[in-house]
Design a protein around this ligand. Structure first.
Ligand code: NAD
Length: 509
C-alpha cells in the first residue's frame, strides 16, 4: 500500500495515484461515466467517454500505426515491451493499490495482478526473438518450403472488471512484439485502472521514442463502444474476456466479417477430492480457490465433488474455515474476502442461493455483512451442500458460492464434472497415480486447464490460458498463444530449373 495516500478518502486516494502516474485530471473529472469503489460504494470519479466516431478515428489511427510498426524488427519491438515492464515495476505499488480500490481485491491480489503484467512483459521480450516458423520437407526436388509469421493488424481487446489490467497486458505485450497495434475497451466498472495502465504504457512509448503515433489506445465507454470495436473492419482480431453472454453476442459478429476471435468467457470450475487426497492440502486449495477474490475469478472453484469416504473428514473443516474467514475492507485490517463488485452481483448470488435451497441444498453462509457502507456489498462466502448437480450448480454465478456434492464412483464423477456448459479450469486431489493420469487423459477433464493437487485458480503466464465449450475456446498468455496475433504464410521457393507439380500432376503446354 502506498503510505503517502493511505489515510485519504478513497476518491482522493485514487486521484493521487492517477496524478502520480501522469494521468490528466480532465480525463476523470466532469465526464458522464461514473466510477465507484466496491470497498465503500462511493463514487471515485466521472470519466469522459468516447463517442462511436471518436472510437472509429482511434481505430483508423491504430491501423496507420500498425503499417509502420510491422516494419520495425521484432527484437526492437521487444525493447518497447521491456521498457513497459520497467515502468510497471516502478508503478507496481500504485497500480496494485488502484486495482484494490476499483476491483475490491486484497493488497496482495492487487499487487499480484500487476506482477502478472510484469511477467508477461518478460515473456514477450524473450518471444520477440523467437517468432519463428518451420522449414518443411517438400516432395519437389530443388524446392524449399517454409512458413513465415507476419503481424496481423489492429488488435481489439475487451476486458472484464475482475482482472481489470492483467488481461489487457497479456494481450498487449504479445500483440506489440508480434507487430500489431492495440485498441482496448476496458470494463466500464474499472475505468480508472485502465487510464492508469494506459498512462504507464505511454511512458514506455515516450522512452522508446521510435514508436509510430497511435500504437495503443483506450476506449472509455460501455458495451456500445465495445460493439464499435467488434464491428470495425480494420480490427483483425478481437480478444474478448467476459461473460458467456457477451461471447454469444461478440462471436457471431466477428464471424460475420471473418475477423478472428479469442474468446475468454465464463467458467464453472470443478474439483474432485478422492479417497487418497492430502486433505490438509485440499482444504487450503479449496478455501483459496472458492473464497479468494470473493469468488470473482473466472477460475474460482464453484463445484466440489468429495468422495463418500472422506466427506465427513473434509467438509466439516471446510465449513469451519467458511465460518471463520475474515470478510471486510481488504485495505483496512487485511480481510481475506473483500466486497462483491456491485449490487447486481449481490442480487445474483442471493437468487442462486434461494434456487439451491428450493432444490434441496443446505446453505451455510451467504448473508450480507454490514460494514456501515450502504452501497458496498460484502457477503459471507457460501458453502452449499447439494443432493445433486442441477439448477444453479450448472451455471456460473459470479460470487463466492461453493456447491459441495458427494460421490462414490470415479467414472460417474468424471461424467458429472464435465456435464456443465463451461470448460475453463478443473482440478483433482489424489495421491493415486491412476486417478490423476485419468483426469488428465483424453477421457478425463474436458477443460482448458486441468490440475493435479492444485486448485483451479492462480494460473502462471507461461502456460496458454483459456477454456473449452462455453468458455469460448480462446487461448492467450504463454506457450504458443502468440500465433493467434499473427498471420501465417506458407512459402515455397523453386531454386531448380524445372517446374515439377505437386502430387505428380502434369500440365504440359
Ligand atoms: P461482462 O460480460 O459483463 O463484460 C465484459 C466486457 O465486455 C466489458 O468490457 C463490457 O463492456 C463488454 N461487453 C459486454 N457486452 C458486449 C457486447 N455485446 N459487445 C462488445 N462488448 C461487450 O463481464 P464482467 O461482469 O465484466 O466479468 C465477469 C465475467 O467475465 C465472468 O463471466 C467471468 O468468468 C468472465 N471472465 C473470464 C475470463 C477468462 O479468461 N475466461 C477472465 C476474467 C473474467
Amino acid at each position: 500500500m502506498n503510505i503517502a495516500t493511505k489515510n485519504l478518502p478513497i476518491a482522493e486516494e485514487a486521484a493521487a495515484i492517477l496524478e502520480r502516474l501522469g494521468v490528466e485530471r480532465a480525463a476523470y473529472t466532469g465526464g458522464d461515466l461514473k466510477a465507484f469503489s466496491p470497498i465503500t460504494g462511493e463514487q471515485t470519479a466521472s470519466l469522459k467517454t468516447v463517442t462511436a466516431s471518436d472510437a472509429a478515428a482511434m481505430i483508423n489511427r491504430a491501423d496507420n500505426a500498425f503499417r509502420a510498426w510491422r516494419l520495425v524488427p521484432a527484437p526492437k519491438r521487444g525493447e518497447l515491451v521491456r521498457l513497459f515492464g520497467e515502468e510497471l515495476r516502478s508503478a507496481k505499488s500504485d497500480l496494485g493499490h488502484l486495482v484494490s480500490i476499483e476491483a475490491g481485491k486484497s493488497p496482495s491480489e492487487g499487487l499480484g495482478e500487476v506482477q502478472e503484467m510484469i511477467d508477461i512483459c518478460d515473456f514477450a521480450v524473450g518471444l520477440s526473438r523467437q517468432l519463428y516458423g518451420l522449414t518443411i520437407a517438400t516432395e519437389r526436388p530443388g524446392h524449399r518450403m517454409m512458413e513465415t509469421w507476419h503481424p496481423l493488424g489492429v488488435i481489439g481487446i475487451i476486458s472484464a472488471f475482475n482482472f481489470p489490467v492483467a488481461v489487457w497486458a497479456w494481450n498487449t505485450a504479445l500483440a506489440l512484439v508480434c507487430g500489431n497495434s492495440v485498441v482496448w475497451k476496458p470494463s466500464e466498472k474499472t475505468p480508472l485502472t485502465a487510464l492508469a495502465a494506459q498512462g504507464i504504457l505511454e511512458r514506455a512509448l515516450k522512452r522508446f521514442g521510435e514508436g509510430p503515433e497511435g500504437l495503443a489506445h483506450v476506449l472509455i465507454g460501455d458495451r456500445a463502444i465495445g460493439e464499435v470495436l467488434v464491428d470495425h473492419d480494420k480490427v483483425r482480431l478481437v480478444s474478448a474476456t467476459g461473460s458467456t453472454r457477451m461471447g454469444r453476442e461478440v462471436g457471431p459478429r466477428l464471424a460475420k466479417r471473418f475477423a478472428r476471435a479469442i474468446l475468454e468467457l465464463g467458467g464453472n470450475n470443478g474439483g474432485i477430492v478422492c479417497p487418497s487426497a492430502d486433505l490438509d492440502m485440499a482444504l487450503r486449495a479449496v478455501a483459496f480457490g472458492a473464497m479468494g477474490t470473493a469468488g470473482q475469478r473466472c477460475t474460482s472453484l464453484r463445484r466440489l465433488f468429495v468422495h463418500d469416504s472422506v466427506y465427513d473428514k473434509l467438509v466439516p473443516r471446510l465449513k469451519k474455515a467458511y465460518a471463520s474467514v475474515s470478510v471486510g475492507n481488504p485495505l483496512d485490517g487485511g480481510a481475506l474476502v473483500g466486497p462483491l463488485i456491485d449490487r447486481l452481483a449481490f442480487d445474483n448470488m442471493q437468487k442462486a442461493l434461494v434456487e439451491a435451497k428450493m432444490r434441496g441444498g443446505t446453505v451455510h453462509g451467504g448473508e450480507r455483512v454490514e460494514t456501515g457502507h450502504a452501497d458496498a456489498y460484502y457477503v459471507k462466502p457460501a458453502l452449499v451442500e447439494m443432493p445433486a448437480q442441477d439448477g444453479p450448480v450448472l451455471e456460473e454465478t459470479f460470487a463466492p458460492i461453493l456447491y459441495v456434492l458427494k460421490y462414490n464412483d470415479f467414472e460417474a464423477v468424471l461424467a458429472d464434472h464435465n456435464a456443465v456448459g463451461a470448460g475453463l479450469s478443473s482440478s483433482i486431489f489424489t495421491l493415486d497415480m491412476r486417478e490423476a493420469e485419468r483426469f488428465l487423459a483424453v477421457d478425463g477433464s474436458d477443460c482448458g486447464i486441468a490440475n493435479v493437487n492444485i486448485g483451479t485458480s492462480g494460473a502462471e503466464i507461461g502456460g496458454a490460458f483459456g477454456g473449452e465449450k462455453e468458455t469460448g475456446g480462446g487461448r492467450e498468455s504463454g506457450s504458443d498463444a502468440w500465433k493467434a496475433y499473427m498471420r501465417r504464410a506458407t512459402n515455397t521457393v523453386n531454386y531448380s530449373k524445372a517446374l515439377p507439380l505437386a502430387q505428380g500432376v502434369s500440365f504440359d503446354i
